[in-house]
Design a protein around this ligand. Structure first.
Ligand SMILES: [Zn+2]
Length: 301
């Protein structure tokens, strides 16, 4: 009997090892892309994200595990638009030909969305602006999540054509689920009496265009650059004129400047997670957008 159990365990180990080898290995930079890839890839994919959902996506400190994971990846999904300025040296050091720029495994999701706020003059991270190629926070529009999921379906089918039908079905399920929720989300946010907000950083333009909320100004004078005292005064005057009391701040941000603005106008700072999974219970993309919509519906009164 003992021999039989031992033999059975060996068979089980071999079986589990061989099935895990068969899975497509995906690395994504952000948790949002990972959540979307998982919807499409299901149990055929071994997918993980590099940045923690609670991290500031502009400032990720690479860890040794990043390199280990990148070196084994079949596909790398990234936001692009120079959000991940920390990524290229890691891709170089991974010596993984599959995920080099220009190869099939290098999946820049910004290629399938319509970018907003693309600068007409040259801006560089050296000048302090962290959006040199336009606003990269496009995962916050659920319509873009569908486009990313479609890209994931195409890429996964390319590297694992045997499961093309499975990926197609999962994509279709996700698309239908998001489209259904979009109606609810829009109705819910439509009932908010005061839609005017100020944002700390320009993370929310895709989200506000989607929801119909109106951004009247920013705490940061330019993306990633703190405001001067004069800019804070101009902003508080503007907020008073427009009847705007609410400041949205990403949960990873330092609240010093938004608090300063809020205290001058008896307004309030609403801290929101900017990525899937940053708050417990928002591990799927739909749960994450649900959370944002519920929180804002509650707070914007
Ligand atoms: Zn940004």
């Amino acid at each position: 009997m003992k021999k039989y159990i031992a033999l059975l365990s060996v068979i089980m180990i071999i079986f589990s090892t061989s099935t895990s080898f068969a899975k497509v290995k995906v690395v994504t930079t952000l948790s949002d892309l990972n959540a979307i890839v998982k919807e499409v890839g299901g149990d055929k994919v071994d997918s993980m994200h590099l940045a923690k959902p609670s991290d500031d996506p502009h400032q990720i400190e690479p860890k040794p595990t990043f390199l280990r994971n990148l070196s084994k990846a079949d596909l790398l999904f990234l936001v692009g638009m120079d959000l991940e300025i920390w990524l290229q040296p890691l891709i170089d050091s991974s010596h993984n030909m599959k995920i080099q720029k220009g190869q099939n495994g290098y999946v820049d999701c910004s290629t399938v969305i319509s970018p907003k706020e693309v600068p007409t003059t040259r801006v560089t991270p050296e000048l302090g602006d962290v959006h040199p190629l336009g606003n990269p926070h496009y995962w916050l529009d659920p319509n873009n999540a569908i486009l990313i999921a479609e890209l994931a379906y195409k890429k996964l089918s390319q590297v694992d054509s045997q499961n093309e039908k499975y990926y197609a079905e999962n994509f279709s399920k996700f698309k239908n689920a998001v489209e259904e929720r979009i109606i609810t989300w829009k109705n819910q946010i439509g009932s908010v009496p005061n839609k005017k907000i100020v944002c700390q950083h320009s993370s929310w333009i895709y989200f506000t265009d989607f929801t119909g909320l109106e951004i009247v100004g920013y705490v940061e004078s330019r993306p990633g650059i703190p405001p001067t005292a004069k800019e804070i005064m101009t902003l508080t005057n503007l907020m008073n004129d427009k009847g705007c009391k609410n400041i949205i701040s990403e949960s990873y941000q330092n609240k010093k400047f938004p608090n300063m603005v809020a205290s001058k106008i008896q307004g309030k700072v609403i801290s929101l997670p900017a990525s899937t999974g940053a708050v417990k219970g928002t591990e799927t993309y739909i749960q994450f957008i649900d959370y944002l919509i519920n929180k804002l519906t509650e707070e914007l009164k």
